[in-house]
Design a protein around this ligand. Structure first.
Ligand code: IMP
Length: 197
């Protein structure tokens, strides 16, 4: 099966490619078919934004499309940056600076209150009436400093246990991550969908 992935984010696309190849799904990056399509993320939930992106790419290509909308929700910051994770501090602000902003706002927050979670909502559109949706969550906490060089985005400040997302291997991240879990749930729904036909 071939799915167009509605994203321009290289970090995300690498994770989709890794996980889809294990699931036997062929991935076509949106940039191969409609590189100039930009979708405004006007939703207030991850699920709404995932649907907006997948629908837009489905309409533009006529092919089954899948999108993830994801972000980091920090309890001590009332759930911020949440759906605005990519735009936090300004769309063009690099993640090294976004992380500094988060750490500065968390300076006085003790360990017990540094809880956070990554959330991924996935929407897969086969037609206007045939849509599959899943969600994955990974619980963790915000460290006191960035650690590790792997991954992308906020990975160096998001810790699960004593290691940050940027310190664990790709395989370990795919096993426990929000996106890995949402994609595993999608795989399950795809299997059910195809076995019931
Ligand atoms: P979206 O492309 O609008 O879904 O925004 C996703 C944003 O959430 C990314 O640009 C990152 O800021 C953050 N994000 C989502 N998933 C991850 C991840 O696995 N690691 C680090 N940051 C992530």
């Amino acid at each position: 099966m071939k799915l167009v992935v509605a994203s321009h984010n290289q970090g995300k696309l690498r994770e989709f490619a890794r996980i889809f190849s294990r699931l036997g799904i062929e991935m076509v990056p949106q940039d191969d078919l409609c590189p100039n399509l930009q979708v405004e993320e006007t939703g207030t939930t991850f699920a709404e934004n995932a649907r907006l992106k997948a629908m837009a790419v489905y309409r533009a290509t006529g092919l089954p499309a899948v999108a993830d909308d994801s972000g980091l929700c920090i309890d001590a910051l009332n759930g911020e940056p949440g759906v605005y994770s990519a735009r936090y501090g300004g769309e063009d602000l690099p993640h090294t600076e976004k992380m500094k902003l988060v750490l500065a706002r968390m300076e006085q927050v003790p360990r017990k209150q540094r809880t956070a979670r990554f959330v991924s909502a996935i929407c897969c559109v086969f037609s206007l009436e045939d849509v599959l949706e899943t969600e994955g969550v990974c619980e963790g906490w915000i460290g006191y400093e960035p650690r590790g060089t792997r991954g992308f985005g906020y990975d160096p400040i998001f810790y699960v246990g004593e290691q940050s997302y940027a310190e664990i291997t790709d395989e370990e991240k795919d096993q426990i991550s929000h996106r890995g879990r949402a994609l595993a749930a999608l795989d399950q729904k795809l299997e059910e969908r195809f076995s019931s036909r």
